[in-house]
Design a protein around this ligand. Structure first.
Ligand code: 13P
Length: 248
C-alpha cells in the first residue's frame, strides 16, 4: 500500500481573535497551495469564521476537543454533530493538556474519538509520555496503553483516525524529540495498529512537540512520520507555511 499523503495541522490552543485569525489565515493561504494536506484547529467560537474564510480553499479546519456525548445535560460541551455543521474535518482528542488539566482518561479519549467518527469528523488522537515516564523507561508502555483504549473502542474503524505522537516534554519547551526518538515511537505505534487493522500503513501518524521550520523536514523524512501537529509555530503564518512546505 502506498504511503499516505502528508498532513500538517496547526493547533492554535487558547490563542487568537477574529482579527488575528483572519490575518493569520490570509498569510497561510497566500503562501500556498501546498503539496501536503493542511488543517488548522481553532477555539470553538471561531469555527464559523474558519468555515467562511477557508471553504473555497484546500485548507481544512477543526476543533481542539469534542464531547463524548451526543446530547443532554452536559453544560459547556460541544458535540460532533455541531462540529460537522461548521464543516469541521478534524477534532483533536486526548491532547496532553486535556489529559493533564481536565483529567481525561484513556477511555474518555477513546469515547470522544468514537463520537467524532460517528459524525464524519476525523479524530486526531494524541498520545505521549511525560519526561518522568520517559526517564523511567515507560514510554512504550504509556503510548501503547493510550492507543490501545482507542483501538478497542473503535474496532475496524481504527483505520479512519489520525494519531499524533506528542511527547509531553517536547511540547512548548523548544526540546524537540530527535528524529530517531520520534521515529522509534512512531514505529511502535504503527506495529500496534498493524496488529489491529490491515490498513495500518494508510493511517497518518503525526509528530508534535516544538516542530519549527528548521527541524520539520528532517522529522517528516522519517519512515513512519506522516506529518505534524504544530502548536506555537502555527500562530505565525510564515513559520506554519514553511512547515507545511517541508512536508510537501
Ligand atoms: P508546540 O509546537 O508549541 O510545542 O505544541 C505542540 C502541540 O502541543 C501541538 O498539539
Amino acid at each position: 500500500m502506498s504511503k499516505p499523503k502528508k498532513l500538517v495541522v496547526g493547533n492554535w490552543k487558547l490563542h487568537g481573535s477574529k482579527a488575528a485569525n483572519a490575518q493569520l489565515l490570509s498569510g497561510v493561504l497566500a503562501a500556498g497551495p501546498y503539496a501536503a494536506d493542511v488543517g488548522v484547529c481553532a477555539p470553538f467560537p471561531y469555527l464559523a469564521d474558519l468555515q467562511a474564510q477557508l471553504a473555497s480553499s484546500a485548507v481544512t479546519w477543526g476543533a481542539q476537543d469534542v464531547s463524548a456525548h451526543e446530547q443532554g445535560a452536559y453544560t459547556g460541551e460541544v458535540n460532533a454533530a455541531m462540529l460537522a455543521e461548521f464543516g469541521c474535518r478534524w477534532a483533536i482528542v486526548g491532547h496532553s493538556e486535556r489529559r493533564a488539566y481536565h483529567a481525561e482518561s484513556d477511555q474518555l479519549v477513546a469515547d470522544k474519538a468514537k463520537a467524532a467518527l460517528a459524525k464524519g469528523v476525523t479524530p486526531i488522537v494524541c498520545v505521549g509520555e511525560t519526561l518522568e515516564q520517559r526517564e523511567a523507561g515507560h514510554t512504550e508502555e504509556v503510548v501503547k496503553r493510550q492507543l490501545s483504549a482507542v483501538i478497542h473502542t473503535l474496532g475496524a474503524c481504527i483505520a479512519e483516525i489520525v494519531v499524533a505522537y506528542e511527547p509531553v516534554w517536547a511540547i512548548g519547551t523548544g526540546k524537540t524529540a530527535t528524529p530517531e526518538q520520534a521515529q522509534a515511537v512512531h514505529a511502535l505505534l504503527r506495529a500496534q495498529l498493524a496488529a489491529a487493522t490491515p490498513k495500518a500503513s494508510t493511517i497518518r501518524l503525526l509528530y508534535g512537540g516544538s516542530v519549527k521550520p528548521d527541524n520539520a523536514a528532517t522529522l517528516f523524512a522519517q519512515a513512519d512520520i506522516d506529518g505534524g501537529l504544530i502548536g506555537g509555530a502555527s500562530l505565525k503564518a510564515a513559520d506554519f507555511a514553511a512547515i507545511c512546505r517541508a512536508a510537501g
